[in-house]
Design a protein around this ligand. Structure first.
Ligand code: OGA
Ligand code: NI
Length: 354
């Protein structure tokens, strides 16, 4: 039986695309089909574009006196020309990454009764569910997500983090702690690479926000008809994406084409978010990206977003403002900026432009 789009729409809220994908479907339900926005086949990109690789930044070289300047220049160009890079030698142990990968996969295998306990409340995006769904007519992304605020601790949702099953809860706690350190170190290097006063970067960072988004992209019988995650730029300052299993799907927009990213083993794919584009007064740009789905294999990823503190302001760094480089953004409160982002459909860079 092929359900109509309305019943799938209803199912969607209490099932998941993961459950949906278990059904013997040969066609994708219409709510997910995007006839005009379907991803162009990779083969339609110019051959040169399918072979390029985003820059690789070695954190050990950044930290070493001898190679720091060379790596800083690479970082500057990576940010300026790509907005994305892969980070290696980042210092997070393989054993922790293995646990994150394994236990995230286990978490998505929980039966629906268990998942329901972590379901999004009305008006909140934390928990299992979807974000950016604002109307019944809107097309849906072909992915499930589990989203939660991890830092600062007092912003954690009371019934979410503390109720996560063990050992997953402890693993996420350790991962959150490690990633906070790495993110702050990276941002200091980015400040140096952009010749910004490090204080301008740091000032918004005490009590900065950290959120995690785990993405589950099920296999889909017609991958070219759907999108896993709509094109968007990330709103916060910096994102560290870890691919959980060895299935690719992330694509970034480069010179008008979608370029697939091939993650190196255990590397983080790092990209700057809108609030860093604002802080660097557009020297570094947040880059649009999206996720595609695979016809045979599921794909999982976990993104950590680091942001400014919630009760702060967003605006260009004073040390980057000169007579030649006047401010290109008006100051806004972080709260307003995020409220606007989460209240709309996920779409390109519309929030930043506003
Ligand atoms: C995100 C994101 C891409 C991916 O979660 O913001 O862009 O490959 N994810 O899952
Ligand atoms: Ni993203």
């Amino acid at each position: 039986m092929e359900p109509n789009s309305t019943s799938w729409g209803v199912h969607f809220w209490c099932l998941t695309v993961q459950e949906l994908a278990k059904k013997p479907l040969s066609k994708v339900p219409t709510r997910y089909v995007r006839p005009h926005h379907g991803p162009p086949a990779i083969s339609s990109l110019s051959p040169a574009m399918t072979e390029v690789q985003v820059p690789v930044i070695d954190m050990q070289r950044l930290a070493s006196k001898d190679s720091c300047n060379h790596e800083l220049k690479k970082l500057h160009l990576a940010r300026k020309d790509w907005g994305f890079f892969q980070m290696i030698n980042h210092g997070v142990s393989c054993s922790l990454l293995d646990k994150v990968k394994e236990e995230t996969q286990e978490f998505f295998k929980l039966p629906m009764e268990e998942k329901n306990k972590f379901w999004q409340d009305v008006g909140d995006i934390q928990g299992f569910g979807q974000a950016f769904v604002v109307s019944q007519e809107q097309k849906l992304d072909c992915a499930d997500m589990f989203y939660l605020i991890t830092l600062p601790r007092h912003m954690r949702k009371a019934n979410l983090f503390p109720n996560l099953p063990l050992p997953f809860r402890d693993t996420l706690e350790a991962y959150s702690r490690e990633m906070k350190c790495i993110a702050l170190t990276t941002l200091v290097f980015i400040a140096k690479a952009s010749k910004m006063e490090v204080e301008d970067m740091k000032v918004l960072f005490d009590e900065g926000m950290q959120t995690m988004r785990m993405n589950y992209y099920p296999p889909c019988p017609q991958p070219e008809q759907v999108i896993g995650l709509s094109p968007h730029s990330d709103p916060l300052r910096i994102t560290f994406l870890l691919q959980i299993n060895e299935v690719e799907g992330l694509q970034i927009k480069k010179d008008g084409s979608w370029v697939p990213i091939k993650p190196l083993h255990d590397a983080f794919i790092v990209n700057i978010g809108d609030s860093l584009e604002i802080l660097t007064n557009r020297m570094y740009k947040s880059i649009e990206h999206r996720a595609t789905v695979n016809s045979k294999k599921k794909r999982l990823s976990i993104a950590i977003f680091l942001g400014p503190k919630c009760d702060g302001d967003l605006g260009p760094a004073p040390s980057l403002i000169t007579a030649d480089t006047p401010p290109r953004f008006r100051r806004v409160s972080v709260a307003d900026f995020l409220r606007n982002f989460f209240s709309k459909e996920l779409k390109s860079k519309t929030n930043l432009e506003q």
